[in-house]
Write a protein that binds this ligand. Structure first.
Ligand SMILES: [Zn+2]
Length: 270
């Protein structure tokens, strides 16, 4: 390292470094975005193909593959600006109402009512959730973590209903894989090969983690994770209780499921 020469031109070299960093960051984020989408799409294609091989309907496999691809962007919901946030929010807002169609239909809503409900969900996600993320998350905070990947997966598990548990699990796994591919890539990207040796960037260890630096963010993350896990766990036992796995019982179970959830949520609030 040329420390003396760097000191001699302190101002100019600092400016140069800052300028280079800014350019590099811009380049990195763009390259990252493309890489994330590419990798999660490939993972989604493999997952979909695997599901099809194991005898699942091709529509479910296609949806799972698409979910995996889209989930590759989800962690960057916490980046306050730019393409990742806009695209991730737009995709999530469009996809989640579609995932819910099945469940809404089973609850017995008319098609027009479903349009209303999904439209409302879209606007809530597009603007409400986007604003929440903009305000309360830090880039590479707890939304870039392993528990966050479980949160996203559990959320999709709860949102999507299916006659058969397997396509539903495939969607859940797809979101988890897509999400994990993103934070894994972020972590790989933080190791650089420079001048013949590996250098850890400042961002090393900020993606593939269980705990972040802020206590409140950690508490909120695990609170959300445990809440969703409890809901998902009850969902399983309730489904088994009502014979959800038997095809002929199907039409009634979603309604029963909603009733039980209502009762349960009443109990939890008290
Ligand atoms: Zn990221």
């Amino acid at each position: 390292m040329e420390h003396s020469s760097q000191r001699a031109h302190k101002l100019t070299s600092t400016q140069t470094i800052l300028f280079n960093l800014a350019i590099q960051r811009l380049d990195d984020s763009m390259a990252d975005f493309k890489t994330h989408i590419t990798v999660s799409t490939i993972a989604g294609a493999l997952l979909g193909a695997g599901g099809y091989q194991s005898g699942m309907p091709w529509e479910s496999c296609l949806i799972a593959g698409g979910l995996c691809a889209v989930s590759g962007m989800l962690p960057d919901l916490d980046s306050d600006s730019g393409i990742p946030l806009r695209e991730a929010v737009a995709f999530a807002a469009a996809f989640i109402p579609m995932l819910m169609l099945d469940r809404l239909e089973r609850v017995g809503l008319s098609h027009e009512m479903m349009l209303l409900v999904t439209g409302m969900i879209y606007f809530f996600l597009r603007f409400g959730i986007a604003e929440l993320f903009r305000r309360y998350t830090v880039h590479r905070g707890m939304w870039h973590s392993i528990p966050a990947a479980f949160i996203a997966a559990l959320f999709v598990f709860l949102v999507s209903a299916s006659e058969n548990i397997n396509p539903r699990l495939l969607k859940t796994v797809a979101v988890f894989v897509g999400f994990m591919s993103h934070i894994l890539l972020d972590e790989i990207w933080s190791v650089e090969f420079r001048r013949g040796k590996y250098v850890f960037k400042h961002s090393f260890g900020t993606a593939l983690k269980f705990l972040g630096e802020t206590r409140i963010a950690n508490i909120m993350t695990y609170f959300l994770l445990i809440s969703l896990a409890v809901l998902a766990y009850h969902d399983e036992s309730i489904m088994a209780h009502f014979g959800y796995t038997h095809q002929h019982d199907m039409p009634h179970t979603a309604v029963d499921w909603m009733k039980v959830i209502q009762e349960q949520s009443g109990n939890w609030i008290r």
